[in-house]
Design a protein around this ligand. Structure first.
Ligand code: NAD
Ligand code: DAU
Length: 352
């Protein structure tokens, strides 16, 4: 088995679905707290599949984790579980400290105790893969080089600070205890099953529902976009061949200004599902107050992962974004399921 945390969320869910597509791969114990961002509908196609064991639980619950590790004897842990939305971290950072820092600490300690008790090959092959973000490196100016693994950590939001803290814990557990870890720092993901509080799914659904497309500030902030399936393939490579104690940047070489991303989404929707009045979805764009402390530019240099492990993304931004828009058009049942009361409350709070 492998044990995955946060596997009912966006990236964790895509990872579990991808992993279990291959009959060669082992089963998955999937521990998820099912916060507002966790959604069992994402895992619906695995219902009845004995290779997937879903456990509703918290990575901060030491007793539960110790029991699961003893019972299932996983050969690896992949830690996706986190509070992941920057805007929510600005409104309420406490949950981010709780899960991203303390939760990771408890998970590390339980995993270390389990690993210490393993013998021989089981101990040798075990690894703990921590999923992190490019946001830990802070913000770039337009002339700066893309982030490499050697950039200093300069997190600017409560979210990125909590992820940076968790990365430091993971690093220290390797250096102090010899605990076998690898960390990946990835850029912005997009694709199926993405909770519609983040830019791309929010804007696809707002466009279709005739709502405003609220661009923060001038819309010239730059993000480096990676299709979620490519992130999953990178994680599989690093889990299989990554060097212990190392960190690997993962990115798509797809730097885009937010306004350009939104215009691309509008153009695809104009083609696939034109508005009944014939007006372009671009007319729904509005500029709203900027996010406090908004990082201007992220860019990932993924050459270490490409050079050392031979990983390459399969999708370009053009192919990935088209697939993503089509997925949201084709999956209204999943969308209806996540657009609950608490989701509507969040939109009201964030966008008035
Ligand atoms: P998400 O918010 O969609 O999903 C997070 C999942 O973790 C949810 O299913 C939630 O229920 C679960 N969870 C939260 N707290 C938990 C806890 N205490 N115990 C167990 N489960 C808990 O997030 P995502 O976008 O899928 O991100 C997954 C990971 O990847 C995060 O660590 C995030 O920092 C990192 N990451 C995300 C992106 C991105 O663009 N989304 C990019 C780089 C890195
Ligand atoms: O870089 C990796 C990170 O990408 C991950 O670590 C985070 O978990 C993930 O949420 C994402 O963070 P961002 O803040 O970059 O993603 P978000 O989709 O929230 O915003 C993308 C950009 O779009 C950002 O510059 C803010 C802007 N934006 C976002 C929203 C929700 C808007 O202009 N309007 C909006 O309504």
């Amino acid at each position: 088995m492998i044990l995955v945390t946060g596997g009912a969320g966006f990236i964790g869910g895509n990872f579990v679905l991808d992993w279990l597509k291959s009959p060669k791969n082992e089963g998955v114990v999937n521990v998820d707290k099912l916060t507002y961002a966790g959604n069992l509908a994402t895992l619906e196609s695995l219902r009845g599949d004995p290779r997937h064991i879903f456990i509703h639980g918290d990575i901060g619950d030491k007793e539960l984790l110790a029991r699961l590790l003893t019972e299932h004897q996983p050969r690896a842990i992949v830690n996706f579980a986190a509070e992941s939305h920057v805007d929510r971290s600005i409104h309420g950072p406490a949950e981010f400290i709780q899960t991203n820092i303390l939760g990771t600490f408890h998970l590390l300690e339980c995993a270390r105790e389990y690993w210490s008790g393993l013998d021989g090959l089981a101990k040798q092959v075990f690894r703990f893969h921590h999923i992190s973000t490019d946001e830990v490196y802070g913000s770039l100016s337009s002339s700066d080089l893309a982030f490499t693994e050697k950039n200093a950590y300069e997190p600017n939001s409560p979210y990125s600070a909590s992820k940076a803290a968790s990365d430091h814990l993971v690093r220290a557990w390797f250096h102090t205890y010899g605990f076998p870890v690898v960390t990946t720092n990835c850029s912005n993901n997009y694709g199926p099953y993405h909770f519609p509080e983040k830019l791309i799914p929010l804007f696809i659904l707002n466009a279709l529902n005739g709502k405003p497309l609220p661009i923060y500030g001038d819309g010239q902030q730059i993000r480096d976009w990676l299709y979620v399936g490519d992130h999953c393939s990178a994680i599989r490579e690093v889990l299989a061949k990554g060097k212990l104690g190392e960190t690997y940047n993962v990115g798509g070489w797809n730097e885009k200004a937010n306004l350009d991303v939104v215009k691309t989404i509008c153009a695809i929707l104009d083609e696939l599902k034109p508005r009944s009045d014939g007006v372009s979805y671009i007319s729904q764009i509005t500029f709203v107050k900027d996010r406090p402390g908004h990082d201007r530019r992220y860019a990932i240099d993924a050459s270490k992962l490409e050079r050392e492990l031979g990983w390459r993304p399969a999708e370009t931004f053009d192919t990935g974004i088209r697939k993503t828009v089509q997925w949201y058009l084709d999956n209204p049942v999943w969308v209806d399921g996540v657009v609950s009361g608490s989701y509507r409350d969040w939109l009201q709070k964030q966008y008035q």
